[in-house]
Design a binder for this molecule. Structure first.
Ligand code: ADP
Length: 247
């Protein structure tokens, strides 16, 4: 509600912004780099306090809640998040009150991760992180997805991968994500238009403001930042296909 935020160095990142997101809604934040998308997420996670305005979860004001209270309701799947230096079991069970092996395996299955985990010599007890087994980017993401499935929080924040996984890995991650995205509010920092096509609403962010908010189809027909970004990506794909004489 009328949130403004500037970083310590004085950079105004969010300028009097108001919006509401609904349970089970899928919302994509789209905009050029530096527009304010990560700052919105940081504010929702209560990493920072707004200089003015207020954020609410249900009808509770953030100023009355601790960072911990807020975080309980939110799962994160971020590309750059590393796993803890511990076992796969602990990485998936993290933050859950009464985990057990059956639930962890179930979550790994839904995340499309059980196939590779069960083949590791120590299975669920395999250590990951610096001294543990080497996992690929896609495998690490699927462990994160399993953790989020296990936590089952009503809000999921997803920072979509910018650096690309190989296509098979990409599609395994995508399937895992689809299982995770059901029945919760999902906020996506979106980089790929293939994902954005399936969301309910897109917030177009520019210079700390929401400059448009609509469904993806309606936005693609309007002149503006969204259709401009869409055009770049379509052109990029055409060039790629042309290289293989597919377009
Ligand atoms: P996006 O996620 O859309 O790329 P950000 O939310 O990261 O945009 O950035 C919004 C604005 O805030 C930009 O001007 C950026 O340079 C600035 N910014 C982001 N993080 C910091 C920080 N830690 N300290 C100072 N300025 C920051």
């Amino acid at each position: 509600d009328d949130v403004s935020f500037a970083y310590e160095d004085g950079t105004n990142a969010i300028r009097t912004m108001s919006f509401e997101m609904n349970p089970n809604e899928k919302v994509a934040l789209v905009g050029h780099s530096g527009a304010g998308k990560s700052t919105i997420v940081n504010l929702i996670l209560k990493f920072y306090q707004p200089q003015s305005g207020e954020i609410y979860i249900n009808d509770q004001s953030y100023s009355e809640l601790s960072h911990q209270d807020v975080r309980e309701h939110i799962s994160l799947v971020f590309q750059e998040n590393e796993l803890f230096s511990s076992t796969i079991y602990n990485n998936v069970a993290y933050g859950v009150e009464k985990p057990n092996e059956k639930l962890v395996i179930e979550a790994l299955k839904k995340a499309n991760a059980w196939e590779f985990v069960k083949k590791l010599p120590k299975g669920l007890k395999s250590e990951v992180g610096e001294r543990g087994v080497k996992l690929s980017g896609g495998q690490k993401q699927r462990i994160q997805i399993a953790r989020a499935i296990m936590k089952d929080a009503p809000i999921l924040i997803l920072d979509e991968a910018t650096s690309s996984l190989d296509s098979r890995s990409e599609s395994l991650v995508q399937q895992g994500l689809e299982n995770l995205m059901n029945n919760r509010l999902v906020i996506i920092i979106a980089h790929r238009f293939s994902t954005i096509q399936n969301v309910d609403r897109v917030f177009v962010i520019n210079d700390g403001r929401i400059v448009d908010a609509d469904n993806p189809k309606a936005l693609s027909k309007k002149d503006g930042i969204y259709s401009e970004l869409l055009k770049y990506q379509v052109e990029g794909n055409k060039k790629l296909l042309a290289n293989y004489d597919l377009y």
